[in-house]
Write a protein that binds this ligand. Structure first.
Ligand code: G6P
Length: 611
């Protein structure tokens, strides 16, 4: 979603801001803007569309200055147009600010400010902040105090950067609910909503916490709470490299990330598997293990692809840990007054660790006094910090909006968790656990073998890229994979696709099947194989065009299906780690053939930080 960058130092700010905005493009946005403090006034440019459009529209010589801010906007209040794009200003163009999040009481504040003579230009909630700060600053004459006083009146969420011509050597930032990171350079400082915007310049960062305001100069950063209490934050070191956030020769981040999976799955298990003992070590759960083992129920909460991983997790945990598991959409969980009782454990799953609904669900569960754990990718993210314990998936930065490597790493971590709990609860024998862990250790190699030959998948993409609908069907562990395959396709190719449990097809979707309808069956040799075979017969009987993901040498399905894609065999609980790979690739190749923007699909955001 919206992206924030800020710079102050000795270099020209504009190129640094534009480079930062480019690096944040993956988050999803519809307009962009910058403001540079140039010769005592604010030089501003805003544009609808991509950062490249903003750059094309800029006469760079007009924006000379060493302090500035930049923003990519994903519209919430008001259509994407130049006026609604950030930065936003006070009445006299002395204050400029950029904002991520939503100001929920903006209407009340706007009415109050209009009655005092403030003139608004945009339809956004954000603009109210500039006028509110201006209003207070007119009387206090202390800018930092005015920001704190203004934010005390605000209901909602914000990651905020403010600049003013009255303080030409200072940027002011604040955070509540939307991430903000401050990067320390040599006589220069960087600000961003996501460290990938600054890792090319510095690895030394401080993550601002909720309720904090920072006053930043070229050489200092003073952090306070809204109540004027000083806070000390340790400088942290970024753990990822610039290469990890670049395409490294791949045409798209998504393809790069699909191909990284042999490595990222390995990284998710690294140092955690105790093969000899048939067990697993997850350090982030040490302090809460007893509570987890005594759980009466586990509730998995997530959104999007992470929710699909949770569904696979439900099958794994129920089969091998024998604790009842429920899976909930975070957005539903938080508003349905969930029944949480003593002995319940909530596990939230989130790649970004910043998804607003998932974070709200976490807070809801914490407020109700149950143990809350997080499975996250982004180190230091809000969900990771606010959980009582948890496990990082260690997939590295995921830039493509359509999640791929995070999904397989989430599955890997859920498998490890299953073995850990299954063993400790005495449900899995040492031998059974060792067998699962051995099979898991073979997965990276098997994924690699799928990735080494993608010709058949490209051929199928060529055949079907003009289809208007797709159906994805699977059962058992591969039912969530059917959902994930359909989600990948619709996210990046804009083809309507639905995932269903294969047998459920008879209760509705079968009506859609005709000789135009591609139906993707996920049919490895697992416990439901024979059943899926019957479902394939049902589709063939209605002339549906069957594409089947199968294990090697499946003659029967090869006879029935128009196309088969072969994946190596694994045990049932791990088969999603293999069957999902061709579905990611199929979606990718179809989207490319349709000329879609694979890494930044329309209307989507990488990290959905509004509810
Ligand atoms: C957005 C992304 C999806 C992602 C979902 C949940 O919709 O486009 O790819 O699965 O958010 O994100 P999270 O970071 O919480 O896993």
């Amino acid at each position: 979603m919206c992206g924030i960058v800020g710079y102050l130092g000795e270099k020209q700010a504009l190129p640094i801001l534009l480079d930062g905005l480019r690096r944040l493009e993956y988050r999803g946005y519809d307009s962009a803007g910058i403001a540079v403090l140039s010769n005592g006034s604010l030089a501003v440019k805003k544009n609808v569309g991509k950062v490249a459009d903003l750059i094309a529209a800029l006469d760079q010589t007009q924006y000379r200055g060493t302090i500035g801010i930049g923003h990519t906007r994903w519209a919430t209040h008001g259509v994407p147009n130049e006026t609604n794009a950030h930065p936003h200003f006070d009445c006299h163009l002395k204050i400029a600010l950029i904002h991520n999040g939503v100001i929920e009481n903006f209407h009340t504040l706007k009415t109050m400010l209009e009655s005092k003579g403030h003139h608004f230009r945009s339809e956004t909630d954000t603009e109210v902040l500039a006028h509110l700060i201006e209003e207070i600053y007119n009387s206090t004459k202390d800018f930092e105090l005015s920001i704190r006083m203004a934010l005390k009146q605000v209901v909602g969420t914000y990651g905020l950067v403010v600049t003013t011509i009255d303080y030409p050597d200072t940027l002011f930032v604040a955070r509540k609910g939307s991430p903000l990171v401050i990067g320390y350079g040599d006589g220069e400082m960087y600000i961003a909503s996501d460290p990938s915007a600054m890792v090319a310049h510095t690895r030394k960062v401080v993550y601002l916490q909720d309720g904090e305001v920072a006053t930043i100069t070229r050489t200092s950063c003073t952090i306070k709470t809204l109540d004027d209490e000083y806070k000390h934050r340790e400088i942290e070191e970024l753990t990822f490299s610039v290469e990890q956030i670049e395409k490294c020769g791949y045409p798209h981040f998504m393809l790069k990330e699909i191909h990284e999976q042999p490595q990222t799955i390995q990284d998710s298990m690294r140092g955690r598997v105790l093969l000899e003992e048939g067990s697993v070590k997850l350090g982030g759960l040490d302090g809460v293990l007893k509570q987890l083992l005594d759980a009466q129920r586990i509730v998995l909460v997530a959104c999007g692809t992470s929710w699909h991983a949770a569904l696979v997790g439900e099958y794994m945990l129920e089969q091998y840990v024998r604790i009842p598991v429920e899976v909930d959409y975070a957005s539903e969980f938080r508003y349905r007054d969930p029944v949480l009782q003593k002995g319940d454990v909530v596990i939230v799953i989130s790649q970004s660790g910043e998804t607003a609904d998932t974070l709200a669900a976490l807070r809801e569960a914490k407020a109700r006094g149950v143990l809350v754990l997080g499975i996250c990718n982004v180190v230091g993210s809000t969900i990771a910090r606010e959980s009582d314990g948890g496990v990082y998936i260690h997939a590295g930065p995921e830039i493509g909006v359509a999640s791929t490597k995070a999904f397989t790493s989430q599955l890997t971590v859920l498998a490890l968790l299953t073995v850990l709990l299954g063993r400790k609860r005495g449900i899995l024998s040492k031998q059974e656990a060792s067998n699962i862990l051995h099979e898991l250790s073979l997965i990276p190699e098997k994924v690699q073998s799928i990735l080494s030959d993608t010709k058949q998948i490209e051929k199928i993409a060529q055949e079907f890229y003009n289809a208007r609908n797709f159906l994805y069907l699977g059962r058992g562990y591969n039912f969530p994979v059917a959902l994930e395959g359909a989600l990948k396709l619709k996210e990046i190719s804009y083809i309507h696709a639905e995932g269903y449990p294969a047998a459920e097809m008879k209760h509705g979707p079968i009506a859609l099947i005709d000789n135009d309808m591609p139906v993707v069956f996920i049919a490895p040799r697992d416990a439901t194989y024979e059943k899926v075979l019957s479902n394939i017969q049902e589709v063939r009987a209605r002339n549906g065009r069957v594409i089947a993901i199968v294990n090697d040498s499946e003659e029967e399905i090869q006879r029935l299906a128009e196309y088969t894609i072969h994946v190596p065999h694994s045990i049932d609980m791990l088969s999603p780690l293999l069957t999902v790979i061709p579905l990611q690739l199929l979606a990718y190749y179809i989207a490319v053939l349709r000329g879609c923007n694979v890494d930044q699909p329309r209307n989507l955001a990488k990290s959905v930080t509004v509810e």
